[in-house]
Structures are given as structure tokens and as C-alpha cells.
Design a protein around this ligand. Structure first.
Ligand code: PDD
Length: 291
């Protein structure tokens, strides 16, 4: 039997889960989403993800359709289907189906709420060892990149261009500043200082980004939230990208050139170990409410 997905209050087999073609998510990309990793059956940083979800909803003039404890119950039920296997949850809320295609926001429309759990996309161990290859590209996205909107066409085109050019991610540049990847946040190490761009409408406030800063603070590693120019990127001692599924990945090639000596750096090694230890603590605690 296929796994159940959550759709508008029900748990149903994926093949039976249908959304009307008039759904504004389908017509306009009018919705927001989250991707939440789960280790040993426990969602990681759930509260932070739900907080960002609500901020994204506010950013598109929607109210949260569910409270935190309701989400917790739904996600536990989805995760329970695969037991304690590591998984990832995808959840999406669109403005819902309205009778006609309307560019303005309708007064009365019921949101479409959907969530499912799948196997965790694991980091390729060889890529972790060798480091990633990235290119820089002009940021062709809109000016509200802090909202985790499902409208991802610009991200998709940029990610594909990176792939076509033999890289695994594109770092997006606006006005000479490197802000983030197509699906990741950006860090550099310069004079042993860990630097990531400050939160703004030009980047997603990544949950992994925040955790990396928290772990750096706890471990006494110096860090700063500061803009990163293309020149600083090109001369960085280390470059990392972060996301919930890729965790903290070293970047060892930028636009075809090696980053420093072309190998994952010592600061990355420290941070990767801190991140792994943080995940291990969640496994040990084993309580969904602990995180
Ligand atoms: N993307 N920036 C962008 C544009 C992203 O899409 C993501 C994550 C991040 C990292 O955020 P976090 O650490 O909260 O995962 C930054 C997810 C994983 C995705 O779209 O699949």
C-alpha cells in the first residue's frame, strides 16, 4: 500500500490525493512551503520551521491554518509510517481553490494544506569529501526571497544552469553581493572569521544557517553577519553552503577555480562535527517535543 499523505484534514493514499485545477497554488504559485528533516523519527528544529512557515504566510497575507500542536500531531503520524528511519517532511499551504482565476486576493477562500514524509535525501559522501563545485549567477528572483514561496521558477532555471555547467549549485549575486544559493544559504571563512550575509529580503532565513551561527557561538568560533562581495567570495579561505537536507557542505570550486587549496577547510571540518553532534543529541533525546 502506498504511503499516506496529509491533505486538508485527512490522511489519504498519495494516488487518491487530488487538488482542484482552480487551486491558486496551481494557477499562480500562490503558496508557501517548508522542508523539515527528521532523524530517528523526530523532526529537527520543528519549532523554528513552523515559525518561519508562519512568517512566510504573513508575508503573503495569509493566517496560519494550523497551530503548532496540530502540526506536531500530523507530522508524527506521517513519520510513524516509516518508523525511526531518517526522513524529510514536505509541507505546503496554498491560498486554496477559488471559483475563478483572479489576480487579487479573494475574500473567502479555504487554504489547501498538504504534507508528506519521504526518505531523507542523503548527502553524497564523495561530495562531502571532495567538496562541491558552484558557479555565480545573477540573481533573477524577486525582492521577497525571505518568503519561502512555492514559486521557484527562477531557482529552478539557475540550478539547472549550474548543473549544465558541471556545478552542483549556483550562488546568486545582486548588486555585486553574493546572497545565497538557489536552495541554500552561503557562508565564507575569511581571516578565520565565519561570515554569512545578514537576514534581508534578498535571502531565505535558513534554519540551518541559524543553527550554524548558534553552534559557532556555543563553540566560541568567531562569526559575523556581514554582506559578502563577489571579490570576498573569490578570495575566501573557505566557502560553505547550508540547507536542511545538505546540512553544511564545503565548496571547493568556484567558477571552475579551486577555493584556497581546493580541499574542504579546517573550519568546515569543525562545523560539520558540531552539526553531526547536534543531530546525535536529538536522536538520544528521542522526544518530539524536545527539539
Ligand atoms: N531549501 N535558501 C533557499 C533559497 C532555500 O531554498 C533553502 C532551502 C535555504 C536553506 O534553508 P534551510 O536551512 O532552512 O533548509 C536557503 C529547501 C531545502 C528546498 O527548497 O528543498
Amino acid at each position: 500500500m502506498s504511503e499516506l499523505i496529509y491533505l486538508n484534514g485527512e490522511f489519504i493514499p498519495q494516488e487518491d490525493a487530488c487538488v482542484p485545477v482552480m487551486d491558486r497554488g496551481f494557477l499562480f504559485g500562490d503558496g508557501v512551503y517548508e522542508v523539515i528533516p527528521a532523524y530517528a523519527g523526530q523532526p529537527f528544529r520543528l519549532r523554528e520551521h513552523l515559525h518561519r512557515l508562519n512568517a512566510s504566510l504573513e508575508g503573503i497575507c495569509m493566517s496560519p491554518p494550523l497551530a503548532e500542536d496540530q502540526w506536531r500531531r500530523i507530522l508524527q503520524q506521517l513519520l510513524a509510517q516509516r518508523g525511526t528511519e531518517d526522513q524529510q517532511i514536505y509541507l505546503q499551504i496554498t491560498r486554496g481553490a477559488y471559483g475563478k482565476r483572479l489576480h487579487t486576493i479573494p475574500d473567502h477562500v479555504t487554504p489547501t494544506v498538504m504534507a508528506f514524509a519521504t526518505e531523507l535525501t542523503r548527502r553524497d559522501p564523495e561530495m562531502v569529501k571532495q567538496g562541491m563545485s558552484v558557479i555565480t549567477l545573477d540573481d533573477i528572483r524577486w525582492e521577497r526571497c525571505n518568503i519561502k514561496a512555492i514559486t521557484l521558477l527562477a531557482n529552478i532555471l539557475s540550478q539547472q544552469q549550474a548543473l549544465d555547467e558541471g556545478a552542483q549549485e549556483a550562488i546568486l549575486v545582486r548588486d555585486g553581493m553574493a546572497n545565497e544559493g538557489t536552495a541554500s544559504n552561503l557562508f565564507i571563512v575569511k581571516d578565520e572569521l565565519i561570515i554569512t550575509p545578514p537576514k534581508s529580503q534578498r535571502l531565505l532565513p535558513g534554519i540551518t544557517r541559524d543553527l550554524v551561527l548558534e553552534l559557532a557561538g556555543d563553540a566560541g568560533l568567531p562569526y559575523a553577519e556581514a554582506s559578502i562581495s563577489v571579490e570576498e567570495l573569490e578570495t575566501a579561505e573557505e566557502i560553505w553552503i547550508t540547507s536542511s537536507t545538505r546540512e553544511v557542505m564545503p565548496v571547493t570550486r568556484l567558477n571552475g577555480h579551486p577555493v584556497a587549496n581546493g580541499r574542504p577547510g579546517p573550519m568546515w571540518e569543525k562545523m560539520d562535527a558540531l552539526y553531526t553532534a547536534c543531530k546525535a543529541r536529538l536522536r538520544l533525546r528521542g522526544s518530539p517535543s524536545a527539539e
